[in-house]
Design a protein around this ligand. Structure first.
Ligand code: HEM
Length: 429
């Protein structure tokens, strides 16, 4: 039987409370949101949600929610139909911000995306990442040395953020004296993505976010100049020497890539690390298994942390050509939102999806995306970092644990933890 034709937007009767277009949905407890996603997965076809009602000047704006594993995979892979321009975040980035600061590769499509990705992937080949392994181990060891010296307190700032930040700065070749400022700027640049805030705060904070972007752009420009005249073996040198359409990356492209790495690479990994501590504290049987044979269970544990916590909740796409998927026919211009957080709890793919099980095999989670040309460039690096850090955390201090609930940001974009109180006993010397 054919898919019902769509002449205009197709509205659906929604299960009560399951409206991800409503900012208050993202204030619900995590368990209530998961229940709502389960109700949406049970719908016959992807539901439609109104983001902004129509006025006499503007048409209605809304999106279709792709919540099933199979639908998210298909839309991710059909990149000629479900395109990333003009933007994958909600709301989409303003045109003038993209013009001023350069477009991020997540928002691009072929052929520009393909060319840029080819260049930047050179820094993420298994061979280069194997070479980075030693550095990752060293960073993990230093972070845990400092943690032991500083005593228990707050896990995000003292442990989880430091690990990915230092690793990416080392990869890029960011000099030490730039790092404290960059760390502060990154927090400002991304603190409000996907968070609904009161109008006063909205007016005040974008200025701070844009200032942070502009300042990072300036730092990149000065580093790019330095590396062009004196290349080293770091990522910035590789990028300014690289050829995209016969040219090296310009300052705007370099700045945009750097900002993306800082948000995509640091925040995601930091949130995964923080959720890992809560999950291991709440599931002592799983932790005992991991501690008993770290080498055997670590890869599975890291994948299960990423599935269960899903650090990136959603990305969106715009429909370019008419296409049917999941029982709906989509028309050019339609917006679809890919809910990785829902796909990762799809009961038709994962047995007992709410259970944290480090032995889950297979574990085809979509935490790094559903495949296709935008699949996370740093997935392997993230796995290496989380594994190296937990190898140290579980073997050196004793009884490391979360001692309170995570302070979660109410974001529709990432499963961000603002703070997590933790404790441990020092190692026996
Ligand atoms: C647990 C950690 C991480 C998670 C959960 C994660 C998740 C994701 C997701 C969901 C996407 C979008 C995929 C798609 O649209 O199909 C993505 C893209 C990306 N990620 Fe990650 N990521 C992580 C770590 C990292 C790290 C460590 C780096 C780099 C150092 C990184 C760099 C990127 C880049 C550059 C993209 C854009 C790729 C493109 O548009 O071609 N990510 N990531």
């Amino acid at each position: 039987m054919g898919v019902p034709a769509q002449s205009a937007v197709q509205h659906t009767v929604q299960p009560p409370g399951a409206n991800p277009a409503d900012p208050s949905f993202w204030q619900l407890p995590h368990s209530a949101r998961l229940e709502a996603f389960a109700a949406l997965r049970a719908l016959e076809r992807p539901g439609y949600f109104v983001e902004r009602a129509a006025t006499w000047r503007r048409p209605e704006r809304g999106f279709y929610a792709l919540v099933r594993h199979a639908d998210v995979v298909q839309a991710s892979r059909l990149s000629q139909v479900f395109v990333s321009a003009p933007g994958v975040t909600t709301p989409e980035p303003a045109g003038w911000v993209r013009f001023l600061f350069g477009d991020s590769m997540v928002n691009m499509d072929a052929p520009h995306h393909t060319q840029l990705r080819r260049v930047v992937s050179r820094a993420f080949t298994p061979r280069l990442l194997a070479a980075a392994e030693e550095d990752i181990r060293r960073v993990a060891s230093c972070v845990v040395d400092d943690m032991i010296e500083q005593r228990p307190g707050e896990f995000v700032a003292s442990v989880a953020s430091r690990m990915p930040f230092e690793v990416i700065c080392n990869l890029m070749g960011i000099p030490e004296h730039y790092r404290p400022e960059i760390a502060g700027r990154v927090d400002h640049a991304s603190e409000n993505v996907g968070v609904d805030r009161p109008l006063r705060a909205r007016l005040r904070v974008p200025g701070r976010g844009l200032r942070a972007l502009a300042r990072m752009q300036m730092m990149m420009a000065s580093l790019a100049r330095e590396r062009r005249s004196r290349p080293t073996d770091d990522l910035i040198s590789a990028l300014v020497r690289a050829d995209v359409d016969g040219q090296a990356l310009d300052v705007r492209q370099l700045g945009a890539f750097f900002s993306l790495l800082m948000v995509a690479g640091v925040e995601t990994t930091r949130n995964a690390i923080t959720h890992a501590l809560t999950l291991l504290t709440d599931n002592p049987d799983q932790r005992a298994l991991l501690e008993a044979d770290f080498d055997r269970y670590a890869d599975g544990a890291v994948d299960e942390v990423v599935r269960h916590s899903t650090p990136i909740i959603q990305f969106r796409r715009t429909v370019l050509t008419e296409h049917s998927l999941g029982g709906r026919r989509f028309l050019p211009g339609d917006k679809v939102v890919l809910y990785y957080a829902s796909a990762n709890r799809d009961e038709s793919v994962f047995t007992d999806p709410d259970v944290f099980d480090i032995t889950r095999n297979p574990n085809p989670h979509l935490g790094y995306g559903g495949g296709g040309p935008h699949f996370c460039l740093g997935a392997h690096l993230a796995r290496q970092e989380i594994k190296a850090l937990f190898r140290e955390l579980l073997s050196r201090p004793r009884a490391l644990r979360a001692v309170g609930p995570p302070d979660l940001a109410h974001s529709n974009f990432d499963n961000r933890v603002r703070a997590l109180p933790f404790a441990f006993e020092p190692p026996v010397s």
